[in-house]
Each structure stands twice: as C-alpha cells, then as structure tokens.
Ligand binder design. Structure first.
Ligand SMILES: *Cc1c(COP(=O)(O)O)cnc(C)c1O
Length: 489
C-alpha cells in the first residue's frame, strides 16, 4: 500500500477492508474452534461496537483526566472479583485489580508484581506446570525471571503438588497454575498447589484467563470442578480474560490481587525526566478506552443469567462434541471434557491427526492441531463457545467422514532429506535462506490469494511435529519474518 496523493472516498476504503477480510477464517457461526469467542447473541456486536466508539478516543494514561474510564475499570474489576470469590462479605474482601489488554499482559504483570515484591532475590524464579500458558514463559523472558517447569501426568494432565513443592527454592517468587489449561481444558489441583506455595511463603497465581468466566457458572450448573478462586487460601492473584468467555471484543483482561499490598509492586512510577511523572498499572501508557467500554457494555447486556445460559449451552455443546469424538473408532479424548475444551488424540492404529485436521477444514470446521510434547501425543484442540451448539450434529457427521478420509489418505509424506534436515539441525544452522527454501517447498507464503498457508497443512504440521522444540521455534520465527514484510506499490 502506498499513501494516495489525495485521500480516498470512505466507501472505497471500507470495500478494501472487506475485501481483505474475505481471506480470513470465519469469526462467526461456530465453525472456528480457536481464536474467537462467539456467544451467538443477536445485536451484541452492534452494541459493543457502539460502546467502543463512545470511548475510543479516551486515553487511559491518566484516570484523573478521564474519570469515565476509571469508573468503567473499577466496575469491571468489581464484577470479576465478585465472580471469582472476592469482594465485601467474601473470603477476599480487600481484593483489587487492573484491567489489562489481554491475558498475556495480565500474566506479565502478575510475574512483575511477584518479582518486584522480592527485591532481595537476585535471580528470581517462577514455578509453572508445563501445561501453563506460554505467556508465562514470555513473561519470564521479558522480565529476566527463570522459569522452572513442572511436568504433568500424561494421564491426568495435572501436576503433582509434591513436584510443585519440590521445585520451590528460596529464590521462587511465584507459583502458578491453570483453571483450566488452554491446551486441554484441565483444572489444576489449585487448593493443593496454593497450600504448598503458602507453606513456602510464596505467591500463588491462578491463571483463569481462559476459564474464569465459565468455571463459576459451570459449577452452578452442577459440573464437578474443584475450587480455584479466592475461596482457596493461598491464592494471591487471579487473571481472567474478558475477551474470551465474557464474550467482550478483543483487548481486555482483568488481573486481580487478594489485597492492595500484593498489587503495589505491579505499578511502575517514573519521575526522573522533565515530562509528566509516569505512573502505570500496566504495560502500555496510552490506552484506548474503546475495549474497556465495549467490555462494560457486553457484561451489562449479557448479565448473570445470560452468562449462566451461555455456560449451559456451551456445556451441552462440549458434551455433544465429546460424544462425537468417542463414537469414532481410532480417536480418544485427552481428558474428560468438563470445561469448555474438547481435546482429542489418535489411538494406536487411528488416523493421522494432521491429515484429519485438514479433512475437517475441507468440511468447514477449523480446529487447532497441537504438536506432540514430551510424553504427550499430538492432539486436536477445540475451544467451544455457545455459538457451536447448533452445529454439534453436523460436526459429528463431518468428523466421521473426515476420519474415514484421513485413514484412506494415510499420513502426509515428507521427503526424507527434509525430515533429516529438521530433526538433525542445530537451530542456529537454520538460516533465513534455508527456511525460505523449505517454506517454498511446502507451499508456504504468498500464492497471490492473500492466504499465507495452502489449503492443506498436514505436511507443515508433520514437519514441525518431527522437529525438536528449538527447531520448531526457529522455523516459525523465520517463517513469520518472511510473512511480515512491508508492501510497496
Ligand atoms: C488465552 C490465554 C492466555 C493468554 O491470553 P491472551 O489474551 O491471548 O494474551 C493465558 N492463559 C490462558 C490459560 C489462556 O487461555
């Protein structure tokens, strides 16, 4: 794109944008099982968009200049706190929090607060089960904190609290667990983990980014899920994403702390320059009020009974999808589907999962393949939202047909020299040129349609699955770098 000499007419610009969107996966309609959260409620998008517009130009940099945003943030934090066992009359009456841009920022801030609460620790460490979200690793990387990963049982997909206890050292500033994990939708033994953290005098963060807005409702519906919120002694902070199961537009999450003293080291203050004294609760300084107002409107519109209904619809959809998986010979669930995830793998003699994912895509269902990791096999992840419910029967039919087609096709075949390259390669030897050659061979990159990937990606996933973790990371970094190039015309 080049800047036009004279500005263009609005209609033409909007046409351009709509044209670009045509290449995207469908964000509505319950056929995309990752990235998007759709309650399928009429009029909600329009409301959120209007609310976004009202506050888009407000700057969250200074809540005293824009008290509207302060009021909205305090209301969102209050709603999240109430839902998660905090607030007046609860076990955590002093709970406070911040609205952030997303789960990653919430986790970065939880780690920052824990690190800066212990300035005497020269080399701070955090303890996180391997099923903890990758954003903990990102936080550790950004903040110069060491991450001690604790394995999980390949059967229950949960860490043993004794292993968490054993991983805690005098330098540990935070223990984390998930409610539930993104990959498998499994709730960690939060009470036991919080107890070992408390016994060691260490903070315990519950990452409920994914499930914080559904688990309380699922429990009200009678689903047997463990305590995970501020009712659990020893839980010092909780994160919950509003842009996931609160069904708010992208750009809001909440980080809660049990009391203000736990939150204090989250803040950053700087007065040592000639400009304004900067005081920020989060990573950004200038922040749009748009996502915050949109989240507020969404919560107000759906309401407590609305979220209960959506959780009920979602639970029914999850049960239907899980039953469809169990009805197919050659597939098995990775874990009982008790939350909002259905995650399955192939049993011995079953279909190739990456080919199966392509066959499901060909039938209009977009799933998320997960690569094998340690003892854990490759799997297919489905994030289930309320909008999926009307498509459960159709998914079952598509799954059976896709499995038959995947069995008939067999696994993707990679040239042996390519396999040898990625399995033997030292990541440093993967130069940009080598990756560009591999990418071209696999049909990745521009094919002129605006889609960076070919229709079928089983070969790509098979390649990544075969590669050791550092090679996977290196390949994908190089590939993203190839995609992210400016356009000139
Ligand atoms: C999505 C997610 C995150 C990261 O959140 P983003 O909003 O994508 O930054 C962290 N933890 C869990 C469990 C998640 O599901």
């Amino acid at each position: 794109m080049a800047l036009p000499l004279h500005g263009l007419p609005p209609a033409q610009i909007l046409d351009e944008l709509r044209g670009l969107r045509a290449a995207d996966q469908p964000t509505k309609g319950g056929r995309l099982f990752a990235y998007v959260y759709d309650p399928g409620l009429d009029g909600l998008d329009e409301l959120a968009l209007a609310a976004h517009g009202i506050a888009a130009s407000v700057n969250g940099l200074d809540p005293t200049a824009f008290p509207s945003l302060l009021a909205l943030e305090n209301a969102l934090v209050g709603a999240a706190a109430r839902l998660l066992g905090g607030g007046p009359g609860s076990a955590a009456p002093g709970v406070v929090g911040s609205v952030t841009s997303g789960g990653t920022e919430s986790l970065i801030l939880a780690v920052k607060a824990a690190r800066d609460a212990r300035p005497e620790v020269a080399e701070p460490r955090i303890v996180v089960p391997v099923t903890g979200h990758a954003a903990f690793a990102k936080a550790a990387h950004y903040l110069g904190v060491h991450l001690d990963a604790v394995p999980v049982s390949p059967v229950s997909l949960r860490p043993d609290p004794a292993d968490i206890a054993a991983a805690i050292t005098p330098d540990t500033v935070l223990v984390a667990c998930s409610a539930p994990s993104y990959a498998h939708g499994v709730v960690d033994p939060v009470a036991e983990i919080a107890a070992v953290a408390a016994a060691a005098g260490v903070r315990c963060h519950v990452d409920a980014c994914f499930g914080g807005w559904t688990l309380p409702y699922l429990r009200r519906l009678g689903v047997d899920l463990p305590d995970f919120d501020f009712a659990v002694r020893g839980v010092t902070s909780i994160s919950v994403d509003l842009h996931k199961y609160a069904y708010a537009p992208k750009g809001t999450s909440v980080l809660l702390h049990r009391d203000p003293s736990l939150r204090a080291p989250q803040y950053f203050a700087f007065g040592d320059w000639p400009g304004y004294t900067m005081i920020n609760a989060g990573v950004s300084s200038t922040r749009s009020g748009g996502p915050i107002a949109a989240a507020y409107a969404t919560l107000r519109r759906i309401g407590d009974d609305g979220y209960l209904r959506l959780a009920s619809t979602t639970r029914d959809a999850v049960r239907g999808l899980a039953a469809a998986v169990e009805a197919v010979d050659g597939l098995r669930l990775m874990a009982p589907a008790l939350t909002t995830v259905v995650c399955f793998t192939s049993s011995p003699g079953g279909p190739d999962l990456f080919v199966l994912a392509d066959e499901l895509t060909a039938r209009g269902f977009h799933t998320q393949p997960q690569l094998r990791y340690g003892d854990l096999p490759a799997s297919i992840h489905l994030t289930v939202t309320a909008a999926v419910a009307p498509h459960v029967a159709e998914f079952g039919t598509a799954l059976a047909a896709a499995v038959a087609a995947a069995r008939a096709a067999g696994p993707a075949q990679l040239p042996p020299e390519v396999l040898a390259l990625v399995t033997a390669l030292d990541p440093a030897a993967l130069t940009s040129e080598v990756v560009a050659g591999l990418a071209a061979g696999l049909g990745l990159g521009g094919d002129g349609t605006g889609r960076p990937l070919p229709e079928r990606v089983a070969a790509v996933n098979t390649l990544l699955d075969a590669a050791p973790v550092p090679v996977r990371e290196r390949l994908l970094v190089e590939f993203l770098g190839l995609l992210q190039r400016p356009t000139f015309d």
